[in-house]
Design a protein around this ligand. Sequence first.
Ligand code: G
Ligand code: MN
Length: 262
Amino acid sequence: MMFLARRAPLGDDMLPHYQPKGDLRTGSIVGFEALLRWRDSAGGLRRPAEIAEAFEDPALSAAISERIIGRTLADMRLWLDAAVDFGHVAINVAASEFRSGQFAEELLAKLEDANIPPERLQVEVTETVFLGRGANHVEQALRLLNDAGVRIALDDFGTGYASLAQLMHFPVDVLKIDKSFVREIGRKGDAEAITKAIVNLGHSLGIEVVAEGIETGEQELYLLGLGCRMGQGHLYSRAVPSEAVALMLARQMLRGPLARSA
Ligand code: G
Ligand code: MN
């Protein structure tokens, strides 16, 4: 397993798939999240959790990330050339990547090289980037990206240890409600209370809120009732290969129960 994981970033088999994210009321797609998938030698598709060991090695993790960002920007360039209006693409960035030097500068340079407007990119970070050594550097990096037009999303929100005060110090445009809360909607009052608090917090601070991991119509209805407009999850679509994005957009495949009846 470790051997395969070590080999993986060198091959052509590590690639982003794209999960649509959209407006729960209208069903229209507003963007995509790039998610790492890895095709193993038997042709099976694997998820990051299955190659977790690879991410514990900083050099390897950086190599994988570099490759995924490169592939994602290349896909975005192709879509722009073909006038495929994908909205934006969000990439996931780990704390370790920010701490190692010039991440933000390099990312902006790559966007410029590919002639991609920074507004087309979103960077998702988890609360852990705000903690520990290097937090100052992270703040500078996020601010540089944000000033250039890249939007910043706080991923897995509600599961980390950062304080709410971090929201004042860092440029945060989007809060993503962690799927562990969404999963418990209709089952656990506590999870519903946390979901509601996050939606309200986002609205009071003028920050967009996106619910992740929506799998049922019941969850969708509950979120809509709270005033949560944006979401993503298997109810709409799993992450799909880049070749499937244009067709999905043409068909506007983000269609939950409400959008279908509207
Ligand atoms: O940490 P982050 O929120 O970026 O995790 C995204 C992961 O969640 C991806 O691996 C993706 O495949 C998975 N995912 C996306 N939508 C759903 C969903 O509706 N249900 C579940 N269980 N997982 C999902
Ligand atoms: Mn994410």
